[in-house]
Write a protein that binds this ligand. Sequence first.
Ligand code: 6R9
Length: 567
Amino acid sequence: MNNMGPYDEIRKKFNWNISENELGYKDGDDINIGWYCSDRICDQGKGEKVALIWQGFSGEVKKFTFNDSRIITNTMASFLQKTGVENGDRVCLFMDKIPELYFGFLGILKMGGIAQPLFSAFGGESLITRLEDAETKAIITQKKHLGKVRKIRDELPGLEYIIVVDYDGKKPLQEREIAFSMEDSEKIEKFDVFRSKAETPSVLHYTSGTTGQPKGAQHVHYSLISQYISSKYVLDLKDDDIYWCTADPGWVTGTSYGIIGPWSNGITQCVLDSGFKAENWYRFIEDQKITVWYSAPTAIRALMKEGKSEVEKFDLSSLRHLCSVGEPLNAEAVLWSTDTYGLTFHDTFWQTETGSMVITNYPGMEIKPGSMGKPFPGIEATVLDLKTHEPIEKRGVVGLIALKPGWPSMFRAYWNNEKTYNSKFINGWYVCGDRASIDEDGYYWFVGRDDDVINTGGHLVGPFEIESALLEHESVAESAVVGKPDPVNMEVVKAFIALKPGVEASDMLELEIMNFIRKKLSPLAMPQDVEFVDSLPKTRSGKIMRRMLRAKEWGEEIGDTSTLEDD
Ligand code: 6R9
């Protein structure tokens, strides 16, 4: 039996009080995510349960119980306080996926700071834009990333503390630098957790920046109410699960569902601190006996590329539930997972701004491959007419995905950018910036980001449909479809295609692929131009940067590329 029960029933009776009651929270109470994810679980008698199973890139494994987590997060919170960090200060986490990153996140929240997680792979420019914008007071980092921080700190006078978690005493520390050791610090058994309220700021997450300048989405402690219950319902987390979220906490998925969701549910979770390699991922699932797996289309397509033979080398029988987020999940990928793992990836749609899942496929619900599913029980969603911005009553018509404001984990501001924040609300709806249609059964079908949609001769074509069809071609591993300028049709479709291993690019193949799409979809959707590439430009969260490819075609400025995977 899954945690949520039948969708239609829960949708009718759901209200956020269900989550509040389960968490023992009442309006006006203190609510601190750091406390909820550690102390509360210990209070429930689960102190000796494993909270984190961590594996480093060289294979070493460390385990931490909820009681360890409680003490380490106390210790980190207390250290920050003694150092001079005050409540409301932004504290940046700039680390690989090491245990200090996870406990540091909770530690910051416990002392009332605002956690600002950034990808450790970010270069100086990416770092400086975000630290400057947030006026960050402290940064917690590792030796290996200290060089990048040192290069920019002179431009950041407000960055008062640079905390190094693995200082080995070999080279002297420089100005503003302080060493902190999770292992060697005096353990703080009791810490006076900051008495945050529902609306106290908690996390500042910079959006992945596929469109325009990165913006800091500011969340509050009350977001827990959404993150807890959606983890329970959609990820279906149960007491004996071993859960793995593959996302880095530099991306909202890695915090909402890679820290807060599982730990507020008292679930054991795994972290693999190494890059993507199919073999390593499968071995990790086998070794740790992972039961629930939350990943992303870009990784799933990479696993598809490796093929089924790789899967057969491992025992993945522990798996019982799979979910995906970040990009549209192609129908082909859904079918492949059912065929290959005997389990179907459940697509979930949400954003940094929404803080938690908003449209998703639920355990036990019929899945229509290629659809994002239905709104989460407490979420009122619709699609708005592209021109009038009124909800579209008719089914099957493409519009803008919109949500009625008021769910607990909704962002409360874009940091320093009220104008852009306000521009997201139209006619009383929060507009996500994505296009979709809703079918007769209430399922949502993704079309594309609003600014990725191609207008060819007055017909609007969504990149997702074409990319999904391309994936059905036996030679295609991955693709990105954009509009390129055309004197007659304004725009025509251009496809950038990465081929499967061993497939040679050729004019013949190009023609074959064009025809494949023409027959499968329509002459309009047929790419007029195909460019074979080794790989596609992606953000660190795995999203294809169509904007970059498009800008090149139009001879436009590429804009902000600071979240690019390999800059
Ligand atoms: C959690 C996250 C948000 C944007 C969103 C949309 C795309 C995410 C998707 C999806 C289609 C899905 N997106 N999930 N598109 N189907 N299941 O990804 O947050 O990094 O802020 O990105 O990602 O375009 O608007 P974020």
